[in-house]
Design a protein around this ligand. Structure first.
Ligand SMILES: *Cc1c(COP(=O)(O)O)cnc(C)c1O
Length: 413
């Protein structure tokens, strides 16, 4: 080891698996919608932990709950009931439609998708085909990866990805969906707003048709609300925009205010058909995550965070739409899940926002700049982000970007 022990950047770059396109900064602290790097530079954070930090970084309620629970009890397997787990299950099911009343707890979004597949198979008496959406994203473990559309995520792993059991249909195309719904389909899985696929809000008629068609065919409708849940889109859950109650919903990201967590929440009919011992996890439902989840959900309810997301999202998108730039093709989104599609690669603009303006944003497909700020972000910060974006759009000429920017752009794609 030749790297100095306190050179955190070099240490991380040299010891990490190498799968991530890491930016050349070291982040050390966060508060609300702001984060700081090791040199004390302050950023406005519109990455928001990829949509985890809905209640803001360093949320006092979540911090207190984690501190108290860490001192009390951190781990207790699910065969041994726990007070915090029971309390969390009640909080969670209280904010969901009453039909969604049975919860499988895990630790991440991809795990929630794996559970959803297994529960769908047993609930339909052994059907194994799935219908997923073009441009959809469901996670990176092999089972969830099979539902993820982007071929470059699947292809390196060949036939180990069981995508032969998956039919991909165009998001929004009812006729394709109808044709794909053969008698061996266990479930149709879709995001109410596609996130990774470029921030594309779903079409109400399509999602309602998916509800009707799955019911007719004896298949489940599973909504992936891993990114859209917990107030992000202006309702507690995005399904409320469409008036649709699915047979199951996958949840993760913002559910515990930043502590790893995941869940598949389903109807009693679905839950009751999984045999005892048919699925399980060691860390799922651990008291630490449960305490954080109780605090995060209570904070969302008390602050009516969905209303904040709706109002701030409308304000943010209105200001983005007012930018006069020939580089913008479309501003779209729902609540504070916002994407700006450019007519050129978004990478240099994302890099310039970070380097020159101290604004963190993320990419969704090569052309889209995505904004997923904490829902507690101030209007003043939204103004600053829009002003910074406007300057960057005006200033950055993609043909004149620095060598470093070109390198980072390649990486972010
Ligand atoms: C993030 C995400 C996942 C995967 O969640 P992980 O916690 O990263 O495994 C799945 N589906 C959607 C819609 C997501 O946004």
């Amino acid at each position: 080891m030749t790297v100095a022990q306190n050179n955190w950047l070099d240490l991380e770059l040299s010891l990490d698996s190498g799968i991530y396109n890491k930016h050349h900064v070291v982040m050390v602290r966060g508060e609300g919608a702001h984060v700081w790097d090791e040199n004390g530079r302050e950023y406005i954070d519109c990455v928001g932990g990829y949509g985890v930090a809905n209640v803001g970084h360093g949320n006092a309620d979540v911090v207190k709950a984690v501190q108290d629970q860490a001192a009390k009890l951190m781990i207790m397997p699910q065969t041994l009931p726990n007070d915090k787990r029971a309390e969390f299950l009640k909080e969670l099911t209280d904010v969901l439609p009453s039909e969604l009343s049975r919860v499988f707890l895990c630790n991440s979004g991809t795990e929630a998708m794996e559970a959803a597949k297994k529960f769908a198979i047993t609930a339909t008496g052994g059907r194994t085909r799935f219908v997923s959406m073009k441009r959809g994203f469901s996670g990176r473990t092999l089972g969830a990866l099979a539902l993820t559309w982007e071929p470059k995520y699947r292809e390196p792993f060949g036939s180990a990805v069981d995508d032969a059991h998956v039919t991909f249909v165009t998001y929004g195309n009812v006729e394709e969906l109808r044709a794909a719904l053969t008698d061996d389909v266990a479930a149709v899985i879709l995001e109410p707003v596609q996130g990774e696929g470029g921030v594309r809000p779903g079409d109400a008629a399509f999602i309602q048709a998916a509800r009707e068609l799955t019911r007719e065919k004896g298949a489940l409708l599973i909504l992936d609300e891993i990114q859209t849940g917990f107030c992000r889109t202006g309702h507690f859950f995005a399904m409320e925009h469409f008036g649709v109650v699915p047979d199951g919903v996958t949840l993760a990201k913002a559910m515990a205010g930043g502590v790893p967590i995941g869940a598949f929440v389903m109807t009693t009919e679905v839950a009751d058909r999984m045999p005892k011992g048919g699925h399980g996890t060691t860390f799922g439902g651990n008291p630490l995550a449960m305490a954080a989840g109780v605090a995060a959900i209570r904070f969302m309810r008390r602050e009516r965070l969905w209303e904040q997301a709706a109002a701030k999202g409308d304000y943010f998108m209105e200001k983005l739409r007012a930018i006069k730039s020939s580089k913008i093709r479309e501003v779209r989104g729902l609540g504070l899940m916002i994407g700006v599609e450019l007519k050129e690669k978004s990478g240099p603009y994302i890099t310039a926002l970070e380097h020159d303006e101290a604004v963190l944003t993320l990419q969704a497909t090569p052309l889209v700049v995505r904004f997923l700020p904490p829902l507690t972000i101030s209007y003043e910060d939204i103004d600053k982000v829009v002003a910074a974006f406007e300057r960057v759009l005006e200033r950055v000429n993609p043909r004149e970007v620095s060598a470093e920017q070109v390198k980072e752009e390649k990486q972010t794609e």
